[in-house]
Design a protein around this ligand. Structure first.
Ligand SMILES: [Zn+2]
Length: 467
């Protein structure tokens, strides 16, 4: 039934898409980083009908019917994935429950696509059925939007997110007449929850284990331990928001799939690191959330591409706490980079130490931003800054890109993307220079392709800027 429903409209759309997607297309950039492997000897990326056919070594091996495009000076990397965000609340000019509707969700997802993201995981603040429906529409109508994933939010009844966000989520629940947050106060709630969630294939539950500085009850260890146990038995992933390292250790022992906040201020410790590596439990450092709030981001040419003038002028009141007079660079790009560099160098040295040791011990670190959880922490934009932070703190550019592509895809259970290899989605970025030399090259995007189709980035920019 479901298959018929999905295929009929695709068939009807085929004539319109024929030129864009059905032809065999061969792209030859200077280099291709597949998400795992580097090719820089003139290889071709061969794509058809939205998927990767293969990476071909020489022109002689190309099928004669392939349309060839040479891309001098360009680098191809897979499209990026943000594994922690909150869709719907942030619009191009304000933040709050009043923005949560289909049109704004589509704007958020087109902003992600504009910045080269194929996928975003919205962590526990949406009506899951609504996001699933939108995702199906995107697939069926072949819309050039990032794919949204959503999670069921679980905490003691009436709690979970920080108190400001909590109020906004409750307003959306009331407005939409649907549940976003599910209460867990006693063992009998667990079966009810699993029953509600289990019919959805690939379901994800997000739990909050945080007393919000004494203002909320904290989800109790025996309850989440039993929930995670039951969830795993039913093929459901549980991801965690936690506040301190003791909780990280307890949650890891319970078997959560990953952590949405790294909490690197406290060192993860050798034993826990090795066990996270062993169990392939992911950690999202989420460091840009605090840093970007201290930057004059309104001057960033990258952000200017997607915000209306009125929003940019509102953001100008953000003052960079300069400690160095040489920071008043005339070029805004240099100034923004300088601010981020300075904030990173001012980070508590324990964060860098614990980040580096987590990498060395093989902890699976993936990209997530918490974009949209609070006002003016912007979609897509913040992901590129997070990659800069990863590299500044000691990741290699390859590791940073892996964290934002195939590692994120596999942690989210998406085996159809994140890597440019046979049979996966042709979601990729054409960059003007190599991010393997300087990670900031991910911000210099020449083109974005989703399912083999080039995005009209100028049209997205014009619409978001409301020009
Ligand atoms: Zn969050």
């Amino acid at each position: 039934m479901r298959i018929t429903h999905l295929w009929l409209p695709v068939f009807m759309l085929l004539p319109a898409l024929a030129n864009a997607q059905s032809a065999l297309m061969a792209l030859q950039p200077d280099r291709i980083f597949s998400g795992e492997k580097l090719y820089e000897s003139g290889e071709w990326l061969l794509i058809k009908e939205g998927y990767v056919v293969e990476i071909v070594q020489t022109e002689a091996e190309l099928p004669p019917e392939a349309e060839q495009r040479q891309l001098k000076g360009k680098t191809i990397i897979p499209a990026l994935i943000d594994a922690h965000a909150h869709l719907g609340y942030q619009s191009v000019d304000s933040w709050g429950a009043q923005n949560y509707n289909d049109a704004n969700l589509r704007d958020n997802l087109s902003q992600y696509a504009y910045y080269g993201f194929s996928t975003v995981f919205s962590a526990g603040s949406d009506p899951v059925a609504l996001i699933d429906e939108l995702r199906a529409t995107i697939d069926v109508e072949s819309l050039s939007l990032a794919t949204p994933l959503a999670a069921y939010g679980v905490a003691p009844k009436g709690f979970g997110p920080n108190n400001t966000f909590l109020n906004e989520i409750r307003s959306v629940e009331a407005e939409q007449g649907t549940k976003i947050l599910f209460g867990l106060d006693q063992p009998s709630d667990i079966q009810t929850l699993i029953k509600a969630v289990e019919p959805k294939r690939g379901a994800i539950i997000k739990i909050w284990v945080d007393d919000r500085a004494g203002t909320q009850p904290k989800l109790a260890q025996p309850l989440y331990t039993e929930l995670v146990d039951q969830a795993i038995k039913n093929g459901i992933k549980v991801v965690a928001h936690q506040q301190d390292s003791d909780d990280t250790a307890r949650l890891a022992k319970a078997g959560v799939a990953g952590f949405l906040h790294g909490r690197f201020e406290d060192e993860i410790g050798e034993e826990l690191s090795l066990s996270l590596a062993e169990s392939n439990t992911f950690v999202i450092p989420n460091l840009g959330l605090s840093l970007l709030r201290n930057m004059t981001i309104a001057e960033d040419p990258l952000l200017i591409e997607t915000l209306p003038a009125a929003t940019l002028s509102r953001l100008e009141s953000r003052i960079f706490p300069t400690t160095d007079n040489t920071m008043t660079a005339s070029n805004s790009y240099d100034s923004i980079q300088g601010q981020l560099d300075q904030l990173i160098s001012n980070l508590d040295p324990s964060i860098r130490r614990s980040f580096v040791s987590a990498i060395a011990r093989g902890v699976p670190i993936i990209l997530g931003t918490d974009a949209g959880a609070l006002p003016d922490h912007f979609f897509g934009y913040s992901g590129h800054k997070e990659l800069e932070i990863f590299v500044a703190l000691g990741m290699s550019p390859e590791q940073a890109i892996e964290a934002a592509t195939y590692k994120a895809a596999s942690q989210l259970g998406l085996n159809d993307r994140g890597l440019l290899e046979k049979g996966r989605r042709a979601d990729f970025l054409l960059l003007n220079s190599s991010p393997l030399i300087n990670i900031r090259a991910t911000q210099d995007i020449h083109a974005v392709f989703l399912l083999g189709k080039e995005l009209d980035r100028n049209a997205i920019s014009r619409r978001l800027k409301q020009d």
